[in-house]
Design a protein around this ligand. Structure first.
Ligand SMILES: Cc1cc2nc3c(=O)[nH]c(=O)nc-3n(C[C@H](O)[C@H](O)[C@H](O)COP(=O)(O)O)c2cc1C
Length: 209
């Protein structure tokens, strides 16, 4: 194993600090080789029983892109109804997806029915397959950032509608809809913090038992 240096550790920490969820993209394309390098990190991710349950759909066609945007807009309109007063006003001004502009769109699924791994580790907690996909997405997200790319995770979607529109196999569960592209700008503070929606914690509560 390489001897990771102090400098590497500092740079890695900077990577974590500057990762960001990106919703504002430039529309210029991303070279396929860069996306391929980022996607290759899925195969380096941990997964329960080595089940590698991630399944990736590249959303290329204009119809599929438009359907996903319409899906988001309907879900977002519904979500707004869950807030009132000042919070509703703030919510309605939030930009919660870069789906229109991002040149690369990826729907990331978990194959809940995969036989890979032969069920090891998932007998009592089958949801660990989905956790494995989240772990892989995190690696992809960080790798994309090292390339200067931004990634935005969209969850304000009706997953059943998306599954239907993308015609994915039964047994696949939507984990994330990712927007990928060149960010309009780089920030070290979450956008939701900048606009006053929520603040990031600087401490951890740890129970001792
Ligand atoms: C599971 C998950 C779902 C998310 N869904 C959305 C979303 O639908 N729209 C959005 O704008 N951001 C979404 N985000 C991004 C979060 O809002 C963001 O991670 C958080 O505000 C912290 O900001 P940062 O990622 O820039 O540090 C999601 C993040 C995660 C991990």
């Amino acid at each position: 194993m390489p001897d990771f240096s102090d400098q590497f550790r500092q740079e890695f920490n900077q990577l974590l600090r500057w990762r960001r969820d990106v919703r504002r993209f430039r529309t210029d394309p991303v070279e396929g080789a860069i996306i391929d390098r980022c996607l290759a990190t899925f195969n380096l991710a941990p997964s329960v029983g080595l089940s590698e349950p991630w399944r990736i759909v590249r959303v290329n066609s204009q119809t599929a892109r438009d359907n996903a945007v319409a899906n988001f807009e309907a879900a977002n309109t519904n979500a707004l109804k869950g807030y009132s007063g000042e919070k509703a006003q703030l919510y309605s001004g939030l930009k919660l997806s870069g789906m229109r502009d991002a040149p690369v769109l990826l729907a990331i699924y978990c194959d809940d029915e995969t036989t890979k791994g032969q069920g090891l580790g998932a007998a009592t907690m089958p949801e660990t397959r989905r956790y494995s996909v989240v772990a892989a997405i995190t690696q992809f997200w960080l790798t994309a950032r090292t390339e200067g790319l931004g990634v935005g995770w969209v969850s304000i979607l009706d997953p059943i509608r998306l599954n239907h529109d993308l015609d994915v196999p039964a047994g696949w569960t939507l984990i994330a809809y990712l927007c990928v592209g060149w960010p309009e700008d780089d920030k070290d503070t979450p956008e939701l913090e900048q606009v006053g929606w929520e603040t990031r914690s600087t401490t951890l509560d740890i129970l001792e038992r």
